[in-house]
Design a protein around this ligand. Structure first.
Ligand code: NAP
Length: 525
């Protein structure tokens, strides 16, 4: 597929109106062709107007039509998987084989959402039939279903440039809900963004949908993102990235004349608590497993286990040594962008200045943007004194916390801000302590893992990729998994409607056989 560098607005190719950029190959520090167009608020307005024009017809597509559209996107991603992986690898420094697997994951997400759409349960249809004889007042027929919010702006992530980007879970779940999508491409991978954008644009055309169902815009600063969030026809926003960026967009959206929901996924250190019996029995294996997971994607993963806490005692030295061995064996590898590399170096220095002692380092950097792995250690008392030690350093580093006793472990657990995940390594003799920690962790995290690590993540009906602030801006929802669709839905009640005017999911004879709540009881009738 030929890259033009244009913005993709509906079916149109739109050239630069606000300058151009080239992608950087972070492994060689050399720019790659072609030039990519930057747009501004006029292009945002064009894309959002089209999305708004598309909304009514797209929201009214049958479940089968919409599911078939999502499957076309999946097929299109499969068809370009090697090409997409090659280009993305050049732009991110991530291995092409890993990116092919990420493309397969992205395609799978679209297929999974096609299934969700066909099942129709996302409508959460509920029917309270009329009760004309009810005393003292008759009840009218009430029928509720969930419909799409409206056009949604998606800010793609830098760190999973396929499955969290243009063709990622946010786009898949918003399209599944019935929302037209305008993606703000991340400038760390413009070529990959265009390739994925073209697949979705083609699927829109092949499905006979209104061209405004999907657009891809790009800009050279914060203006384009700000224009998207400010646009009165945008009804929701998703974002994956830094806490500063996410909060800027969140606050902006709340200051609009019409505030809108913003679902940001921002920061998490995914603490791992090693309880004493597990530590004594298998400290070395836990340290080794943690070391392997913390270095995935050069530590640039939202689910990177970044803080390992263990009570000093039998097994601690084995855990520490295994972790040191993993870190020392790690070659320095290319980080995603010069900006992320710089932030890594600065934040690492800050942690050292806060009292965390370096106890291991990986191989030295060869390339300009290589991230050298590091392991820091601190004692529990210091951790309690300085909450900054509990914050994320995005990159290949972790903090080992030598905790004095179980009371101190519980105190540190209470100090963590909201997390995407937390892990407990436990054996049977730890269950009483684990039960004590559990309510502390439940209040602070979206997912609790036992005897494994949070990364990688399943994309399934029960999976949650969310959590209390600052892991996300809205802990009631997930950005990964089938229930991610709920971010883009709102309930509408139809009262006293004739069958002819009712939407498909609420018709009297339930033509699609959807599960519905009838007077509070689940039924397919
Ligand atoms: P970022 O700087 O937050 O940018 C993410 C996206 O949001 C970009 O498209 C960016 O556009 C846009 N954006 C950010 N602030 C904005 C604002 N005030 N107004 C309008 N648009 C705005 O994140 P990043 O570039 O991916 O990485 C930077 C840092 O984010 C990392 O060092 C890391 O700490 C963190 N991060 C965390 C995760 C995680 O999952 N926890 C994932 C990725 C990154 P521009 O590029 O044009 O500014």
């Amino acid at each position: 597929m030929k890259l033009t560098g244009n913005l993709l607005i509906g079916a149109e190719e739109v050239g630069a109106t606000a300058g151009v950029m080239k992608a950087l190959n972070p492994a060689t520090n050399v720019e790659i062709e072609p030039a990519f167009a930057f747009g501004g608020s006029a292009e945002v307005d064009f894309a959002v107007q089209l999305a708004d024009d598309a909304f009514d017809s797209y929201n009214a597509t049958s479940l089968d039509e919409r599911a078939a559209f999502l499957e076309r996107i999946a097929d299109g991603l499969d068809a370009i998987a090697p090409e997409l992986a090659q280009r993305t690898s050049l732009e991110t420094g991530l291995p092409a084989a890993q990116l092919e697997a990420e493309t397969a994951k992205a395609a799978t997400q679209f297929r999974q959402f096609a299934t969700v759409v066909r099942q129709g349960r996302f409508r959460q249809a509920a029917i309270d039939p009329a009760q004309p004889e009810r005393q003292p007042r008759a009840r009218m027929d009430h029928r509720m279903q969930k419909i799409a919010l409206g056009p949604v702006a998606v800010f793609g992530a830098s760190n999973f440039p396929i499955s969290y980007s243009v063709a990622g879970g946010d786009t898949a779940s918003a399209l599944a809900a019935g929302c037209p999508v305008i993606v703000k491409a991340h400038n760390a991978h413009p070529g990959a963004s265009e390739l994925m954008g073209r697949v979705i644009q083609q699927a829109v055309k092949d499905s006979g949908l209104h061209e405004g169902v999907f657009s891809l815009v790009r800009g050279g600063g914060n203006e384009i993102g700000a224009a998207l969030v400010d646009h009165p026809l945008v009804k929701g926003v998703t974002f994956t990235g830094s806490e500063a960026g996410g909060m800027a967009l969140f606050q902006r959206a709340q200051q609009r004349p019409e505030p809108i929901p913003v679902f940001t996924e921002m920061t998490s250190v995914n603490p791992t608590f090693v309880l004493p019996a597990a530590l004594a029995a298998r400290g070395g294996a836990i340290g080794d497993g943690f070391g392997e997971r913390m270095l995935v994607n050069v530590g640039q993963a939202c689910l990177k286990p970044a803080i390992l806490l263990a009570v000093d005692g039998p097994g601690y030295i084995g855990l520490r040594q295994a972790l040191i061995a993993r870190v020392e064996a790690m070659h320095a590898r290319t980080m995603l962008t010069p900006g992320i590399w710089t932030a890594y170096r600065e934040n690492l220095e800050r942690r050292k200045n806060a009292g965390a002692e370096p106890i291991a380092a990986g191989g030295k950097a060869q390339g300009a943007w290589d991230g050298q792995a590091a392991l820091l250690e601190v004692d529990g008392a210091r951790m309690l004194e300085d909450p900054s030690l509990s914050e994320e350093v995005f990159g290949p580093v972790a903090l080992l916390v030598r905790v004095k006793d179980v009371e101190q472990l519980a105190e540190i657990a209470k100090q963590f801000r909201g997390q995407l995940s937390a892990t407990m390594q436990i054996d049977a003799d730890d269950y009483a302590l684990a039960a004590r920690l559990l309510p502390i962790l439940e209040r602070r995290t979206g997912r609790i893992v036992v005897n494994a690590f949070a990364h990688p993540q399943e994309v399934s009906y029960a999976s949650i990729h969310g959590g209390p602030f600052p892991a996300t801006s809205d802990s009631r929802f997930t950005s990964v998994g089938m229930t991610a669709i709920e971010r883009f839905l709102r309930p509408v009640c139809y009262q006293g409607f004739p069958d002819e005017l009712l939407p498909e999911a609420l018709k009297h004879d339930n033509p699609r056989g959807i599960w519905r709540l009838i007077d509070g009881e689940l039924s397919k009738d």
